[in-house]
Design a binder for this molecule. Structure first.
Ligand code: NI
Length: 172
């Protein structure tokens, strides 16, 4: 089932999400719904608060179209290690559509989480996947990537987004 993705400035995106007690079949279904929603929107990651659910759940798939899909479904994800090495790269977010800005993040991270079968998993990620993990986990604490850009640039991005929405409303 496809879910509705909320966008800034929805206040739910600024809330702190709560841990889940475990992954039962109902929650696993929700994780798959999130994944379907993410694929449909053409994203590489989605956090539960982005569909208005304040639970510590994240789905990620950074595989390219032509590759086989490699979905990661995470409950209660926690970064247990980050590299000192950092990397700056352009980022976007399904809750801030069509806006991109460079963000500096750790080049590699180790993340611990419960998968869709309620198994504890530890994963070391680097590069683009590590970036996606950090970006999505931020959402669970109410942090959006635009928080890392300068106030001026952030203002410009929000303005562009509003303009884009007005244009879309007119065309409807
Ligand atoms: Ni995002």
């Amino acid at each position: 089932m496809k879910l509705k993705i909320i966008e800034i400035p929805d206040p739910l995106l600024r809330e702190k999400s709560l841990p889940v007690e475990g992954v039962d079949s109902q929650l696993a279904t929700f994780m798959h719904d999130m994944l379907e929603t993410m694929y449909h929107a053409g994203g590489v990651g989605l956090a539960a608060p982005q569909v208005g659910v304040l639970k510590r759940i994240v789905v990620i798939d950074t595989s390219r179209d032509e590759e086989k899909q490699k979905p990661l479904l995470m409950a209660n994800p926690e970064i247990v290690w980050r590299s000192e090495e950092k990397e700056e790269c352009s980022e976007g977010c399904l809750s801030v559509p069509n806006q991109y800005a460079p963000v500096e993040r750790a080049y590699a991270v180790k993340v611990r989480f419960l998968n869709e079968k309620n198994e504890m998993v530890e994963l070391t990620a680097e590069g683009f996947l590590a970036r996606a993990v950090q970006h999505e986990l931020d959402h669970l604490d109410g942090i959006i990537f635009i928080d890392y850009v300068s106030p001026l640039k952030r203002k410009m991005m929000v303005k562009r987004l509003e303009k884009q929405r007005r244009k879309a409303a007119k065309e409807e």
